[in-house]
Design a binder for this molecule. Structure first.
Ligand SMILES: *Cc1c(COP(=O)(O)O)cnc(C)c1O
Length: 488
């Protein structure tokens, strides 16, 4: 396929404008280009075909199964998109006054933020939320800044945050950026951080603990309550990474386990689009004693039933995002929660866990499972011994799946599992889709025994073939792309 510039024909136009009737204003010659900008010159049809062709090369949840572990690539119902596009929401400008005489232009939006706070409190058992953070990792940083503000106020000079080795990779990064030293706690034979390991690391230096739960093996830690109690015993705070709350939503609440701070990923659990770096939303909820530290602004409801934004909060950690966060993402999640209701959200967790365990049981024996018992929302495999003997690697399985029309699972993560394949089917997939994926995975495992070289050359159906992993960083060779496009 040619670049849009290569399709350009001098003088071809997509639109015609009437001759101007306003006299031209002279611009100083040294500010003018010596020659016109080399923009592509195309007809409207050329442009439409060009971008339609490009869009067909995209892969998304709307195309097919996308089991990217830890990312919760579930289907986002289109009704949420539709409501987010209502002009009353979509055309709002963040600088509109909160209350206009005779009109209430932003009251609906403020009410969405206010009610979202109430809904998330109910779902998590926390005392209050900020919708400001723009992503999960941003929520973590916000939470760790709140942790630091709490200790500063109490005159605590604590230096260290405990994080299990089964945490999401962003956890240690967030704690470090907030100024803490990170101590990694190794998992036990069951893939979990146990109470004893935490006890051994306790000291007055401990500011808190960050727990990804379920962890990156898809396992829920049954000792969360004891772990929170231990951390509280040294005046530390317990942080719950709830990015994958779809594993427990409607079933159990981090606030009830004893956690002080939690972040959620609306763009995972609450079905708002994500990918390509955002936009997302990582609301942070805290217990009562931490409410004063929440970032500004905070939506409050006044006595007359109207809503307003409060900025004047002495202990607040301040601004962490411009305006109100990614409002349109919060709005979609709000629609999603109201649409599903209490029972619907509970079924999200039940089906997410059921689907992950179905895949896990069907693939057991063909791949090496990292978990013996039940998992939560995702399952982690590594390649079988036979595959390893044939020098087939996780990356080969992933690339071959592309040729079968599936998005690969997350590979080489968690880092505690060698040659990891981390599969998160999500609750929105049917049994037929899961079966088709399972068949492809089993077929790939069998082919690895018969003709392993074919897995090494995958993918063969895509525009760009497999680049050399190490060379590509400095010298990307997309010869295969060029050969194919020459043939087009
Ligand atoms: C995805 C994820 C994050 C990070 O969220 P982003 O929105 O990508 O920043 C953090 N923790 C866990 C457990 C996650 O799955």
């Amino acid at each position: 396929m040619k670049l849009i510039f290569e399709k350009s024909v001098p003088g071809r136009r997509a639109s015609r404008t009437a001759a101007g009737d306003v006299p031209p204003i002279g611009i100083a010659p040294d500010l003018l280009r010596p020659s016109p900008a080399p923009l592509p010159e195309l007809s409207e049809l050329d442009v439409v075909r060009h971008f339609t062709e490009l869009s067909r090369r995209n892969f998304g949840v709307d195309s097919n199964f996308y089991p990217l572990g830890s990312c919760t690539m579930k289907y986002n119902p289109k009704v949420a998109e539709h409501i987010a596009s209502y002009p009353g929401f979509a055309d709002l400008h963040p600088l509109l006054p909160q209350l206009r005489i005779g009109g209430m232009l932003t009251q609906g939006a403020l009410r969405v933020l206010y009610e979202m706070d109430l809904l998330l409190r109910e779902i998590t058992g926390m005392a209050g939320f900020t919708m400001q953070p723009l992503a999960g990792a941003h929520g973590e940083l916000t939470g760790m800044m709140i942790m630091a503000a709490y200790h500063r106020e109490r005159g605590n000079s604590k230096t260290t945050v405990l994080i299990p080795d089964s945490a999401h990779g962003t956890n240690p990064a967030s704690a470090a950026i907030a100024g803490y030293e990170v101590v990694s706690i190794p998992s036990n034979d069951h893939g979990l951080m146990d109470v004893e390991a935490v006890r051994q690391h306790l000291s007055d230096e401990i500011a808190g603990l960050m727990l990804t739960c379920p962890n990156t093996l898809g396992l829920f830690n049954p000792q969360v309550k004891e772990i929170c109690d231990l951390i509280h015993g040294v005046d530390g705070l317990a942080y719950y990474d709830g990015a994958n709350l779809n594993a427990i939503v409607g079933k159990a609440r981090p606030g009830d386990f004893g956690f002080d701070i939690v972040h959620l990923n609306l763009h995972k659990t609450f079905a708002t689009p994500h990918g390509g770096g955002g936009p997302g939303a990582g609301p942070v909820g805290v217990k009562e004693n931490l409410l004063p530290f929440l970032p500004v602004s905070v939506v409050v409801k006044r006595g007359d039933g109207t809503y307003t934004l409060e900025y004047d909060r002495a202990k607040s950690i301040g601004y962490i995002a411009p305006f109100y966060g990614n409002f349109a993402v919060v709005l979609r999640a709000y629609v999603y929660i109201l649409m599903l209701g209490k029972e619907g959200l509970r079924r999200v967790a039940e089906n997410a866990v059921l689907n992950a365990n179905y895949v896990k049981e069907k693939l057991r024996g063909h791949y090496r499972s990292s978990v013996d018992g039940l998992c939560k929302h995702e399952c982690v495999f590594s390649i079988s011994e036979e595959m390893a003997q044939n020098e087939v690697r996780a990356i080969d399985v992933a690339k071959t799946l592309i040729d079968r029309g599936f998005h690969p699972p997350t590979v080489y993560f968690p880092t505690t599992v060698k040659e990891a394949l981390m599969i998160e089917p999500t609750e929105t997939e049917s049994k037929e889709t899961l079966d088709a994926f399972i068949d492809a995975m089993i077929d790939i495992a069998e082919r690895a025994g018969i003709e392993p070289e074919t897995l090494k050359s995958a993918p063969t159906t895509t525009v760009v073939c497999r680049p050399d992993e190490t060379v590509a960083a400095k010298n990307l060779n997309i010869a295969c792309l060029e050969q194919k496009t020459a043939a087009l």
